[in-house]
Design a protein around this ligand. Structure first.
Ligand SMILES: [Zn+2]
Length: 190
């Protein structure tokens, strides 16, 4: 697309679109489903999404001017997985960004509750958030050997559970047009 930008306005790169499923819930929370403006506009032109809300920011092509979408919704529902991906962020979120041995929020690392040398796996059910001092103190020992029992034994969370946790730890940047969609569930639940 031959697109011109007014230099005094925010760069289109800083105008991502929040992507909602066809039921108007975010396609994903962690990470938050955001598309850059090019991907969002392409989906609009392909008629795959509806524009729910727009930035006060236009881009111009030779033939047309269009406001950059800030919230878009898929026209076709995408079935959501019940369980979230096993990622560092999701694991910390499950453990509320706290060491599961002492509760400290500082210097967090990952601990194999059952050490790898004992056959412990790198999985939802064997990794816990641990601060560096606790991780060091526990070393290659089992919880029984080290007398260090996690407050919550690691488990695989559902997306719903992570979503509930995530409300305590909102992302750093939220465009105002996203808020209705991000906290909609929360309002229904309370
Ligand atoms: Zn600790």
């Amino acid at each position: 697309m031959g697109v011109n930008f007014a230099p005094h306005l925010p760069k289109p790169e800083s105008c991502p679109a929040l992507v909602l499923n066809a039921d108007y819930r975010p396609l994903s929370y962690f990470p938050l489903s955001l598309w850059n403006w090019q991907t969002a506009l392409k989906a609009v032109f392909l008629d795959r999404v509806s524009i729910i809300s727009e930035y006060d920011r236009q881009v111009h092509s030779p033939s047309t001017a269009i406001n950059l979408p800030s919230v878009i919704a898929l026209k076709k529902f995408v079935r959501q997985p019940r369980y979230p991906a096993f990622t560092r962020f999701n694991l910390f979120l499950r453990d509320e960004f706290c060491c599961q041995y002492c509760g400290s929020p500082h210097d967090l690392t990952f601990d194999h509750v059952i050490p790898r040398a004992y056959g412990g796996r790198t999985s939802w059910t064997n990794i816990t958030a641990a601060c560096a001092p606790c991780n060091l103190r526990k070393g290659g020992r089992t919880p029984e050997e080290a007398q260090m029992i996690p407050m919550r034994w690691p488990h695989r969370p559902t997306n719903q559970e992570l979503h509930t946790r995530g409300r305590q730890f909102p992302p750093n940047y939220l465009h105002e047009s996203w808020r209705d969609f991000l906290y909609w569930d929360a309002e229904l639940e309370s």
